[in-house]
Write a protein that binds this ligand. Structure first.
Ligand SMILES: *Cc1c(COP(=O)(O)O)cnc(C)c1O
Length: 361
């Protein structure tokens, strides 16, 4: 049975990448060693990490005045590292667009010396849209404005990046990095856990503008962007195998035609599913049309029992991980870059069949 993996993360990876990793698994480039067995200071691994960075820079057109860091601790550690490095005894602005924003806000408050201000929120509408941010809402003395560009759980995404004047924008881009047409120059920091759209879990990518390094004394070297940048992500042992897989994913994306091509594919895939939801008399999207994510698409029948029936039958038919997040219920299809269009077509066909069989319930 063909299996389609709709997981929100850790998520589907490109088959050619997995196959290349398999073919090199026990003997990387004739070394007689696996990538997992290489010293992180070896020339073979040095070539991997440098090439991964080079390719990511090319893909995202990252300007030279930004550092690319390969760290650990997940996007969740960035919730603390950002305020620790940027906003001690200062004000930090947040937009609350769902569970991950809330966690970022909570972590900044937890530090104790950051004045956290939530300037906009869609909480009272179950986070079903991205609130509008206008320049007058941004205190120009704030250390940064934090946004979550794609809200993995509720399925919303920013279609354009707010104008924050001189206040750097910090973006949690975990679930739509490499699946958007944002401009890196609009951000002070971009961070993303790799396990959604980049590679395996264990790696966190941070893209940070030079002037945001070393603003404060951070007495924890591992948590100091400046230390990590000065060491080129090799302050300690980085997640070497995850970086290697990320390198292969970046190469795969470039060979496909880079971001313009993958974005076209992502739009086509998402459109297929949104069209099916629009057309259906059974399924609806809880998300306001102007805020809909390309990468995470929730849908519901409006009847929890029917949702459950759908999920049971979908799973039996090879649609893995379609069940919505426990906080939202229903279904959620995560259509990251590596997710094949055939899988969306198969899901749409399955939804039509289910609706015929159950529409009258
Ligand atoms: C998954 C996710 C996180 C959490 O990432 P970890 O790497 O598990 O810490 C944070 N933010 C967003 C938007 C996510 O999708």
């Amino acid at each position: 049975m063909t299996v389609y993996n709709f997981s929100a993360g850790p998520a589907v990876l490109p088959t050619p990448v997995l196959e290349q990793a398999q073919s090199e698994f026990t003997d990387y480039k004739g070394s007689g060693m696996s990538v997992m067995e290489l010293s992180h200071r070896s020339s073979l691994f040095d070539a991997i990490i440098k090439d991964a960075e080079k390719r990511l820079r090319e893909l995202m057109s990252i300007p030279d005045n930004y550092h690319v860091l390969f760290l650990q601790g997940g996007a969740s550690l960035q919730f603390s590292m950002v305020p620790l490095n940027l906003a001690q005894n200062k004000k930090a602005l947040y937009v609350n667009t769902g569970s991950w924003s809330k966690k970022a806000i909570a972590a900044a408050k937890e530090l104790g010396n950051v004045e956290v201000e939530v300037i906009a929120s869609s909480a009272k509408d179950n986070f079903t849209y991205i609130p509008e941010i206008t320049p007058d809402m941004i205190d120009q003395d704030a250390a940064y404005l934090h946004i979550t560009t794609n809200n993995t759980i509720v399925g919303t995404a920013y279609k354009s990046i707010p104008n924050a004047g001189n206040v750097p924008i910090v973006a949690d881009m975990s679930s739509n990095i490499l699946a958007n047409d944002y401009d890196v120059k609009d951000f002070g920091i971009i961070y993303a856990g790799a396990q959604k759209n980049i590679g395996p879990a264990g790696l966190t990518v941070v893209i940070i503008r030079d002037d945001l390094l070393g603003l404060y004394e951070v007495n924890e070297p591992m948590l100091d962007y400046k230390t990590q940048a000065a060491a080129n992500s090799l302050y300690n042992t980085p997640p070497t195998f995850a970086i290697y897989i990320a390198q292969l994913v970046f190469k795969w994306l470039q060979e496909l035609g880079g971001l313009p091509e993958i974005l076209k594919q992502d739009q086509e895939k998402a459109q297929l599913l949104y069209d099916a939801i629009e057309k259906s008399n059974l399924f609806t999207s809880p998300v306001r049309p102007d805020s809909r994510s390309l990468t995470n698409i929730p849908f519901v029948t409006g009847n929890a029992k029917l949702d459950q029936k759908f999920n049971v039958e979908a799973l039996a038919a090879g649609f893995e991980n379609l069940k919505g997040h426990r906080s939202v219920g229903g279904m959620r299809a995560s259509l990251y870059n590596a997710f094949p269009k055939e899988g969306v077509q198969a899901l749409v066909t399955f939804m039509e069949k289910f609706e015929k069989e159950n529409g009258g319930l």
